[in-house]
Design a protein around this ligand. Sequence first.
Ligand SMILES: Cc1ncc(COP(=O)(O)O)c(C=O)c1O
Length: 378
Amino acid sequence: MNISTHAVQMGLEWDTRTGAVTVPIYQTATFRHPGLGQSTGYDYSRSGNPTRQALESGMARLDGAARGFAYASGMAAITNLLLLFKSGDHLIVTEDLYGGTCRLFDKIFVQYGLTFSYVDTTDMAAIAAALLPSTKAIFVETLTNPLLKFADLRAISALCKMNNLLLIADNTFLTPYLLRPLELGADIAVYSATKYLAGHNDTVAGVVTVKDPVLAETVYFHQNSVGAVLGPQDSWLTTRGIKTLAIRLDRQQENAGRIAQWLAAHPRITRVYYPGLKDHPNHDLMSRDARGFCAMISFEVDSHELVEHILMKTELISFAESLGGVESLITFPEAQTHADIPPAQRARLGINNVLLRLSVGIEDCDDLIEDLRQALEE
Ligand SMILES: Cc1ncc(COP(=O)(O)O)c(C=O)c1O
């Protein structure tokens, strides 16, 4: 069965008693025991809740994983994964990482003795050069944020296997519809489900999928021990969102392809980052490994003054953080999503004061282009 069919069917099988077509919201903290030493399979909602499990098992199916786990946010999901490591362990990490992930690693987990090396994970030689005897994992954003670089997961996975490392793929931007990291050799995929998965800018959620059942058991132990689980209402909203994942992404990518070309031809735009454009350095690799190019576009304008002008003048496109929802959003990474990346690292990466990031929604494309056209006028 194809991913789009799996996505629509998510949760449909859950309530065999009534035949409800969508999974019910089991808004309960606890479950009655049928007898001493007996369980319905559910005892307490932190340990397991049917609405959350519909999402968790559905995501496992979409990713071809042994199990899935849903968390209160993408950051909670990543935090849970870092509990797989202990003091003295070293991780190699994509350098243009989401700022919040960078903050979590550098400001919190370093206090517990973990160390991190930031490298360009599209450069295999740079990854190999960063290997240390204490390296335990490589953490890759499959499409990076905000510079939209696409790494060769197969090659990274081969390196991980040779060196006995875990490969963790943050697949937030691509989702299982565009890329299935576990198929390409990753051990674990992690998502800010707040973005394309839930897809409506209406909930904050995180998901992890794990390929190996034994490793999945440890991840479950951590999920249950820490308790940063996704509540039933948000699990339901995320499952509801995933049902339309394929159709939303198809439309968003169609819009993004047109907008990227329009931006590239505009005299006040000096650079466009969109992997669907043929001159993007990872265009061919992404054509080989992914189903599409996503609907995120980053671009540079010819002056910093124009940045604020655009953010204030777009009407349809909201100036807001986040991405991946049906509504188009624009943001200024240097001061917002990537403010927590050290300034020198930001400058080296190209996250500068003329860079904007656009998350293209499902609005009519002509209307979006018209909005950008009028915002670019002085
Ligand atoms: C690639 C990526 N990973 C993780 C996160 C964190 O997710 P959340 O905001 O749901 O905690 C984000 C948030 O923007 C992100 O873009």
